[in-house]
Design a protein. Structure first.
Length: 346
């Protein structure tokens, strides 16, 4: 149990870097870990939820779906309602994943709150419906005003009212279609945001994306920089973690942290041996020194493991090929590593 608690403690440190809400439960669906984002979203303290049933925070109609999602490692997002501490419901997209540790298989539940977007959508729909009702009321009022004066005008207004009612029904139908499109868009947008890096890596290799960015920089006379961030003493880090699944989770957490630190236009690739490649288009728009300073902050995994980083940067020249800019970035990385080692030895 001590080993398991230690592993969960290490995971908690990692997941507290992530903006999404994360809850981990054991095979009996008891909550064993909740990150800061989830506690804030559910309006609870850690002691309020630890070893409570996961289903206490999920409405009855959604429980079977969520538990099946965790069990089958279904990475798709599903829209449900979750309960806060005061039983207030909020709309969210959730996905599940299995996490095998030493003597149990745990379930990871990732939660994305979409209630604000839903509220905004409902407000807009209410305004649109109010406008339609106002228009219909105005026409009905005009109909009553001319009723006693002109039968022909009355008939005309009645026809206009029928036409307006038909138009209103058509608008209601369009509103319904729009609501469905918005819901589908939200779902696809959340999935794309959560899986952006994976899609990028699956679709294009690092070499392909680098070739494209160099060509765009040359064609449009743009600035471009390539940064290589390396885990300091990667071999020692791998030996200390000593668990491939946990190491993969840590590396993915680092990549997410780097992505949240950089711009949406920047692209990040991970290579074996602890190397992260950051492609920075239009790099004149960003303070490179400040960016590197944020990237190189040491990360504490637990009481024994502190991960530090080194970084090498190369800026684009019009005659550059992939090999040229990668070579200069690697040489800059080697120089910085040597300088850091010299400083440590003094």
């Amino acid at each position: 149990m001590e080993n398991i608690n230690l592993e969960l403690l290490q995971l908690k440190e990692i997941y507290n870097y992530i903006s999404e809400s994360v809850i981990i439960s054991d095979s009996e669906h008891n909550i064993v870990l909740i990150n800061n984002a989830a506690m804030k979203k559910l309006n609870v303290k850690e002691e309020d939820v630890l070893y409570k049933k996961l289903t206490d925070f999920i409405p009855l109609e959604s429980q079977e779906k969520i538990l099946e999602t965790i069990k089958n490692e279904d990475a798709s997002y599903y829209e449900i309602f979750l309960k806060k501490k005061n039983n207030e419901l909020f709309a969210a997209f959730v996905s599940g994943q299995q996490l095998p540790l030493k003597d149990d298989i745990y379930g990871i539940l990732t939660i994305v709150d979409v209630s604000q977007l839903k509220n905004k959508e409902n407000t807009q729909l209410k305004k649109l419906k109010s406008h339609i009702i106002s228009q219909a009321t105005t026409h009905a009022k005009k109909q009553n005003e001319v009723k006693s004066e002109n039968t022909g005008e009355l008939i005309f207004l009645q026809e206009e009212l029928v036409s307006l009612q038909e138009e209103r029904d058509q608008l209601k139908h369009e509103i319904f279609k729009m609501e469905r499109k918005i819901t589908l868009f939200e779902r696809e947008n959340q999935v794309l945001n959560g899986q952006c890096d994976k899609i990028q890596e699956d679709s294009f290799s690092f070499e392909q994306v680098l070739t494209r960015e160099l060509a765009l920089a040359k064609r449009y006379d743009r600035h471009f920089s390539l940064a290589i961030v390396a885990i300091d003493n990667y071999k020692s880090f791998s030996e200390q973690v000593n668990n491939e699944a946990k190491k993969d989770l840590i590396l993915r957490a680092f990549k997410k942290h780097f992505k949240s630190t950089t711009r949406t236009t920047d692209v990040i690739y991970y290579e074996n041996s602890g190397l992260f490649y950051l492609l920075l288009p239009n790099s004149n728009d960003v303070n490179i020194t400040d960016l590197v300073g944020r990237l190189l902050h040491a990360k504490r995994i637990d009481t024994k493991i502190i991960v530090r980083f080194n970084c090498g940067i190369a800026h684009f020249y019009p005659q550059d090929t992939n090999e040229h800019i990668i070579y200069r970035a690697r040489k800059n990385l080697e120089t910085n590593i040597a300088e850091n080692q010299f400083v440590k030895s003094k």
